[in-house]
Ligand binder design. Structure first.
Ligand SMILES: [Zn+2]
Length: 418
């Protein structure tokens, strides 16, 4: 028996997840949101050349840097939709870097190599990954998201949750039942926080929108392009509201709808988009002439058309920004919420418009995270590593106190488990 783990990124933080197993398999390789592209995280690979990369899901903080290591020609594995999302995000990262005249983290040929060589794997299909056997389980977080199970030749099983959600959303079914494992590497984004029950949350969200429209204001709903835009359009459709939709979330929808098997109800999603009006860039100013609702990117206000709308409306006390997800420290969304200002280019805009946050999370809340630990222990699991969160140390202490040994590693930490 035995297994080595190197935690390269995503420890005691949310962003740039990367874990190296037995110096062979890299689980995720992400970018930290809000981090300047000129200051890409330097992962201490220390000359290790991973033979394989498994991408848990198509979010930047998990897949954003994968094309950067195509020079070592790793085997890349993910679900089909994740491969498509990762390529889509990589092209966007490249064009942002080009526009900003930053040194890009990779080049077009790296993305091409990634697309040419990445293997696509279905949920629960067993596949060989170097000397390990691997399986991807539905993580219920975004379409195609997975938890990764690795079994070494000597029978040691490592389960990496990735980002995981044990509750149904309008877009997706909850995560699969977790498999038996010896070692668990888990996310902890919402440790210490319970989510508002979905029904109450939707009611408060929709009430706030209706109240703003009745007063003649505009509602700007910044959403992540992948998952959240689609979820929010489903919510608005269900409640009889007719929003505008603008930004990358539209392109992602068009791609997503081609993978109906990864959606809870693809025809409902199609109807939700048919119910919305897609905004062309040259028509943006028109929709602000009357009370309106616009669902737009980016979810943390670090770019995208959301900034156009907020720039126009920032002084209007009748208008609102309704944030719909987690805001990483240092992002505009975080500053909007905590300090009521955002920065566009070199301009700092004070916000006269109201800012509210609605917890449409696609992650487990506190009690579900604890359920994952309990499930793991009930199946005989022995050791937990806690990452991807702001308070992993406290969660690790809770696990150690109530269940089994747990560690909250730092970035760069290495472990040998016998
Ligand atoms: Zn994610």
């Amino acid at each position: 028996m035995g297994c080595s783990l190197r935690f390269l990124g995503g420890c005691r933080e949310v962003g740039r997840s990367a874990v190296l197993v037995d110096d062979e398999i890299l689980l995720d390789y992400g970018i930290k949101p809000g981090e300047s592209q000129d200051h890409l995280p330097s992962y201490p690979l220390n000359g290790v050349r991973p033979q394989s990369i498994i991408i848990s899901h198509g979010h930047l903080d998990h897949c954003g840097l994968v094309p950067n290591i195509m020079d070592v020609h790793p085997q890349v594995y993910s679900t089909p939709i994740t491969k498509n999302l990762a390529a889509f995000l990589a092209k966007d990262t490249l064009s942002i870097a080009e526009r900003a005249r930053h040194v890009p983290p990779f080049y077009a040929q790296d993305i091409n190599e990634f697309v040419r060589n990445a293997h696509t794997i279905d949920y629960r299909e067993e596949f060989a990954c170097g000397k390990h056997t691997a399986q991807l389980y539905d993580a219920g977080h975004i379409p195609g998201s997975t938890s990764v199970l690795l079994e070494s030749e000597n029978g040691m099983r490592v389960l990496y949750t990735g980002d995981v959600n044990l509750s149904d959303t309008r877009l997706l079914n909850r995560a699969d039942q977790q498999p038996k494992a010896d070692i668990l590497i888990m996310e902890s984004t919402y440790y210490g926080t319970e989510h508002t029950p979905r029904e109450d949350l939707e009611r408060e969200f929709v009430d706030s929108i209706r109240e703003t429209i009745e007063q003649g204001g505009n509602v700007v709903i910044p959403c992540f392009a992948i998952g959240r835009t689609q979820e929010i359009l489903l919510v608005l459709y269900k409640h009889g509201l007719h929003p505008y939709v603008d930004g990358m979330g539209v392109d992602v929808f068009r791609m997503m709808i081609q993978y109906p098997e990864y959606l809870r109800d693809s025809s409902a999603l199609q109807q939700a988009f048919d119910n919305a009006t897609v905004v062309r860039p040259n028509k943006r100013s028109q929709l602000l002439k009357e009370a309106s609702v616009v669902v737009t990117t980016a979810g943390m206000l670090n770019g995208g058309p959301a900034l156009y709308y907020i720039n126009k409306l920032h002084d209007d006390r009748f208008s609102k920004i309704l944030l719909t997800g987690y805001q990483v420290g240092g992002t505009n969304g975080y500053y909007a919420l905590k300090h009521h200002h955002i920065t566009i280019g070199k301009r700092v805009l004070r916000l006269g418009m109201k800012v509210e946050q609605y917890d449409f999370s696609a992650h487990c809340g506190d009690s579900e995270l604890k359920d994952i630990v309990r499930g793991f222990c009930d199946l005989g699991g022995e050791l937990v590593f806690v990452m991807h969160g702001n308070n992993p140390g406290k969660f690790a202490s809770w696990i150690s106190e109530h269940h089994v040994d747990a560690v909250a590693p730092e970035n760069g930490d290495e472990f040998r488990i016998e």
